[in-house]
Design a protein around this ligand. Structure first.
Ligand code: HEM
Length: 398
């Protein structure tokens, strides 16, 4: 494709079905400015993506949506880590940073393994594995529910609310929030408002209790921020990790020699997880708004421009990764940007890596003859470009 064939439209179902062929042209040369609901910059090359994400002063994370839309949203206008800049971001992130360190997360390993085993046991009885509904959809939400101190058995409700709220993110920019999305957000908030009150009366050792304490003791968190925080933790870790497991099982199934390699040498798992994240990351793109006129990679970006920071394109930049289109779990690690970069680098990365490794590792161990059952038509993806993941992925276990 030549530069004139640049096409980038997250709201086009065909583009969403397979964005990868469209990344070559945007990786070729300096960032492009396109017209898409106004001017937008496409930041795709690895070096440009890192430059933007490390420059939080000139590239803001604060969502430019109108106050009316923001106040209707699931966070009701309260800032969260993800959509704030320093100093608000620094204050919020500090509150949970120690709960997500690799060390703290390692303590969760036995519990995550037990949940994965339980889910795979149920699938084994059926004779085939529906990777998404049997395993990938449930595991991350059950784990985060436990961390928040709410019963994992209620995970189906969280998953439903989370799916509807995240699905609302696909609405065209500037559109009002659809009523069903607002309703799901209201239910989720109502549920956690009650949980917060319970923790006030009887604190436990969970994350909600820790945040309640931050609210009460040091006023480090307003009541609205507290609720938004809990909701963000539930949403951010869910769909992403689900899609790491699904996209990973798909990449391994399409490359059976890589799957066999991993079976023979499970010590390759950490590398395999990084390669899955690089090759078909759950977060295709994030966004920033330029706060002043700025030049990136040779392109002048005016103040107030919406910038698509296309993480999944950067992860296929030939200037950073040799043979980027090849899925190779033995690849020498070169930092990918699937978890972002800079101050907003994913706080849940250690948890996602552990869940991904356990889910995929246990699946391969449990089912030695696993192979993909191709659907009659093309594989179906869920509706979001920004969060890329399969609707279903069926595998035969014998
Ligand atoms: C494979 C799974 C995951 C992927 C690919 C992923 C990806 C990302 C990315 C790209 C960002 C940065 C966004 C930006 O800079 O605009 C981010 C931030 C974040 N992630 Fe994840 N994530 C994953 C799992 C999780 C999990 C399990 C949790 C927690 C339970 C989590 C919680 C967060 C939070 C709270 C932020 C905001 C951090 C900040 O702004 O300082 N994520 N994630």
């Amino acid at each position: 494709m030549s530069e004139s064939q640049i096409y980038f439209n997250p709201w086009d179902p065909e583009f969403r079905a397979n964005p990868y062929p469209h990344y070559g042209p945007i990786l070729n040369g300096p960032p492009k400015i396109i017209e898409l609901f106004g001017s937008a910059a496409l930041i795709a090359r690895y070096a440009d993506v890192c430059a933007v994400l490390k420059d939080q002063q000139r590239f803001s994370s604060v969502d430019p949506i109108t106050p009316e839309v923001r106040n209707e949203g699931v966070f009701r206008g309260a800032p969260t880590m993800l959509d704030s800049d320093p100093p608000v971001h620094t204050r919020l992130r500090r509150l949970v940073a120690r709960d997500f360190t690799p060390r703290r997360i390692r303590d969760l390993e036995p519990r995550i393994r037990a949940i994965a085993t339980e889910l795979l046991d149920s699938a084994a009885r059926k004779g085939e594995l529906e990777v998404m509904s049997d395993l990938a959809n449930a595991l991350p939400v059950m784990v985060i529910a436990e961390m928040l101190g709410v019963p994992p058995a209620e995970y189906a409700r969280f998953k439903h609310w989370s799916d509807v709220v995240i699905g609302g993110g696909n609405a065209l920019p500037g559109q009002p929030i659809p009523p069903e999305v607002k309703a799901a957000g209201d239910e989720l908030r109502a549920y956690f408002s009650i949980e917060i009150e319970k923790r006030r009366a009887r604190p436990g050792s969970d994350l909600v209790s820790a945040l309640v304490a931050a609210h009460q003791d040091s006023e480090a968190l307003t009541a609205e921020e507290l609720l938004a925080f809990v909701v963000l933790l539930l949403l951010a870790g869910n769909e992403t990790t689900t899609n790491l497991i699904g996209n990973g099982m798909l990449a391994l199934s399409r490359n059976p020699e890589q799957m066999n390699l991993l079976r023979r040498d499970p010590a390759l798992m950490p590398r395999a997880i990084e390669e899955i994240l690089r090759f078909d990351g759950p977060v295709q793109s994030t966004t920033r708004i330029s706060t002043e006129a700025v030049s990136i990679g040779g392109t002048s970006i005016p103040a107030g421009t919406l910038c698509f920071v296309v993480l999944a394109a950067a992860n296929r930049d030939p200037a950073q990764f040799s043979e980027p289109e090849k899925f190779d779990i033995t690849r020498e690690p070169r930092d990918h940007v699937a978890f972002g970069e800079g101050i907003h680098f994913c706080i849940g990365a250690p948890l996602a890596r552990l869940e991904g490794a356990i889910a995929i590792g246990e699946t391969l161990r449990r089912f030695p003859a696993l192979h993909i059952k191709l659907p009659g038509g093309p594989l179906k993806y869920k509706g979001s470009y920004f969060l890329r993941g399969l609707e279903s992925l069926t595998m035969m276990i014998a």
